[in-house]
Design a protein around this ligand. Structure first.
Ligand SMILES: *Cc1c(COP(=O)(O)O)cnc(C)c1O
Length: 474
């Protein structure tokens, strides 16, 4: 039976009230969960419900149970991992995507979803200064965006070697060499694994102190490569924010007929910001690009984009065909022709809404502000004795080492103990990372609501934790 208006109001207004109380308290609450996973597991533990509860009661129970285990990832002083802030405008649009229940697989089943996606795709190509004819797939995140782009890459380079992978499969196919930087993101290796590439198929290119590919080693590895070549570069290293030297890499890779793929999960957005765009110069000459919506664009989870210069190669790799679906060669764009899934969430609505809300200037301002604030944070921390910044802060990532003048293992202990204290303190949240065999605190400035005041307050808390850790150790 269809719920009546009162029942729907009871349900939806409760969801809205809970969202409102969470979002309005986020600025002042500890920037961490109150309970651990183990405690939360016990809290949710229950046998299968034999009979169902009323919708509003279920929602109440969910909100009550979840509350102490929610992380403040949408808070202004959350700097853990590279997690965007799920901007309220994107969230509200995403609620509508759920409420409308559109299956965004094709334009016949969901004309509005397919249209919003097509327009948002064109907007992003414009904002990111990528070839306007490139095709765009809306996926769950950069992991899948890398997978989609690399599927197109694999199939296209094999085709170029005279091998039709759709007909013949992979077994017995000509060799492909994949050149990839030593500091590439771990999920790119996962994507390669899904595609049938093993470690023996990869040539890992040495990286410099920043985590960017060394040109000498790149040239050497390219020279040694036999068969077809795929080059995978990075725009925005996950720890340092470094960019591979695209202006040098791309022409060399081109001269070898390689497919060039760029993992720019967050760093690609530097191209939408005039003050940072030079970092990602040369990227536009690649063949495919992966980025996220749920990082710098602040869409709610999950949302990423796969861009491919050769739309035909993209479609060949991903199109799903059946008699009951619109014709594959129809004149209209179908979302499912560019992604692995058929039935899928209408991610285009939240992307469209965020781009419409921020505009070209808003996106540029966001990236510029985060980079400026990251540099401010680095400066405030570096001024304290015993604290070192391990990376050149070119983007929004800051790597901090405590007890830098101490022997390595003492420095490791002091760094980890400072981070533990900070996570207890809750003024802000930062996580750990290992960089060049040493533990560091990693700060990512990427939430839409972070201000200069948040940075100053957080730097003070971090330094207090460091002083306490040092006092305790001595
Ligand atoms: C976050 C990230 C990924 C993985 O993206 P998901 O959205 O988590 O799937 C890949 N590469 C880089 C550089 C990243 O920062």
């Amino acid at each position: 039976m269809h719920p009546n208006r009162d029942e729907l109001t009871a349900l939806f207004s409760r969801a809205s009230a809970h969202a409102l109380s969470f979002r309005t308290s986020i600025t002042d609450r500890p920037q961490r969960p109150e309970r651990s996973y183990g405690e939360m597991r016990q809290r949710f533990e229950a046998p299968v419900p034999e009979t169902g509860d009323a919708g509003p009661d279920v929602l109440e129970e969910l909100a009550r149970l979840a509350a102490p285990g929610l992380h403040a990832t949408t808070g202004p002083r959350f700097f853990g991992w590279v997690i965007g802030g799920s901007h309220p405008v994107g969230v509200a649009a995403d609620w509508l995507a759920s409420a409308w229940g559109q299956n965004a697989g094709n334009h016949t089943a969901a004309p509005a979803a397919a249209a919003a996606e097509a327009v948002a795709a064109a907007w992003m190509l414009d904002l990111l200064h990528l070839p306007r004819q490139a095709s765009v797939g809306f996926v769950t995140g950069a992991t899948m965006a890398n997978f989609v782009c690399l599927t197109a890459a694999r199939d296209a380079v094999l085709r170029h070697s005279g091998w039709d992978v759709e007909q013949k499969g992979l077994s017995g196919s000509p060799p492909i060499r994949v050149l990839i930087g030593d500091d590439a993101h771990t999920t790119v290796f996962s994507a390669l694994h899904y595609l049938g590439f093993g470690r023996d198929n990869l040539a890992r290119v040495a990286t410099d102190a920043r985590g960017a590919m060394s040109m000498d080693d790149f040239e050497a590895k390219l020279g040694e490569a036999e068969g077809a070549v795929i080059v995978i570069t990075q725009a925005g290293q996950i720890n340092t924010g470094a960019f591979d030297p695209h202006q040098a890499i791309v022409p060399l890779a081109r001269s070898r007929d390689a497919w060039i793929h760029v993992d720019g999960a967050f760093g690609l957005w530097a191209r939408a910001c005039p003050s940072r765009a030079s970092l990602a110069q040369g990227v536009e000459a690649a063949d495919s690009w992966a980025t996220d919506g749920h990082k710098w664009l602040q869409t709610p989870y999950d949302c990423g984009y796969a861009f491919v210069r050769d739309a035909e190669a993209h479609r060949r790799a991903m199109t799903i065909a059946a008699s009951y679906l619109p014709p594959v060669n129809g004149s209209e764009r179908d979302p499912s022709h560019y992604v692995p899934e058929l039935s899928r969430r209408a991610r285009g609505f939240a992307t469209w809404a965020m781009l419409k809300h921020l505009g070209r200037q808003g996106v540029a301002e966001l990236v510029d502000r985060h980079c400026t604030l990251a540099a401010l944070m680095a400066g405030l921390l570096r001024a304290e004795p015993g604290v070192a910044i391990l990376n050149e802060v070119v983007l929004n990532q800051v790597l901090v080492r405590f007890g830098d003048a101490e022997p390595a293992d003492t420095g490791d202990k002091l760094t980890l103990s400072t981070i533990e204290r900070l996570q207890q303190d809750g003024t802000c949240f930062a996580g750990v990372a290992k960089w060049r065999d040493r533990w560091a605190m990693r700060l990512s400035v990427i939430g839409y609501s972070t201000t200069e005041d948040d940075i100053r307050r957080s730097a003070e808390a971090i330094l207090q934790c460091w002083r306490d850790a040092r006092a305790q150790a001595s």
